[in-house]
Design a protein around this ligand. Sequence first.
Ligand code: TXD
Length: 312
Amino acid sequence: MKRDDKKLSIIGAGAVGTAAAQWAVTRSVADTIVLLDVVEGLPQGKALDLVQTSPLTGSEADVLGTNDYADTADSDVVIITAGLARRPGMSRGDLLDKNVQIIREVTEEVARYSPNACLIVVTNPIDAMVYTVFKVSGFPKQHVVGMAGVLDSARYRTFIAQALDVAPRDVTALVMGIHGDNMLPLVRLASVGGVPVEALLSKEEIEEIVYRTQHGGAEIVGHLKTGSAFSCPGLAAVEMAQSILRDEKRVLPCAVYLEGEFGISGIFLGVPVVLGRDGVERILEFPLSQEEQEALGRSVEAVKRQIAATGL
Ligand code: TXD
């Protein structure tokens, strides 16, 4: 590796980890992309398959599949997807006990080999898992961030675009709070090409979109039956990694450690932040209406219950 080469590691070569690796290779977000899993052969086979896309995509990234954390050493960014995914009828909370144990082990290894990395946590229940990674790694709060808001906002934007029959990329909309039924898709600030969505859709249409966003993950689990969403979650994580690796300073909703922002302290929760070379470079705080503040309060209570269940 050259001195300023970038290295991205992805822990967990399941559905989301593989999708993330595929997007990362396609977009050449790093010079070296490492895919790690506990299952022998799985990351090696997937890495080989992915690197063989290079002649077709023009990607120049090296891709390595491994079971050995030593191969992840000195990563700039590590995306953590290891753990169990939801099955039908299973809440994100049901996953908690099993995934806390996995996340503890993974974090210790990642932190040992890449002490300066930014960690992007994807494993559910995300708001408690990212807290676990923060506590176990001992990393600065700027270097630990959870992925949920980019995915939830992409779903929200898609549903708004479909309702209005407009280009999805022209929809600007933000989902804050927990990654769960109490998430807060902000209606007041949703706009399309600068025009408020509230002026274009009825209250009932907006309520339907908000509900569908809040249950967007479950809708997909209901169809798939044996797994949960992976393409958009993988891309959402890579969008965040890319902003850090290329110092893009994108404004993205991410689960970050709050110390008084939005009147919340001591937990990770989804809020808009600037992601750049230093990780979470800034939290963009702004006044919420009383109704929004109350809705965010419900997220806070739900996250606190999850954190209490981790035993940390
Ligand atoms: O918005 C979000 N944050 C999410 C979160 C969106 C989608 C999925 N979300 C969660 O990500 C989901 O609920 C799961 O907790 C994770 C991973 O979902 P995925 O669909 O990728 O699960 P898989 O396909 O079961 O893959 C998990 C992989 C699998 O290959 C295991 O062998 C591996 O994790 N695994 C491990 N890897 C390394 N180290 C350890 N200890 C380990 N344990 C399992």
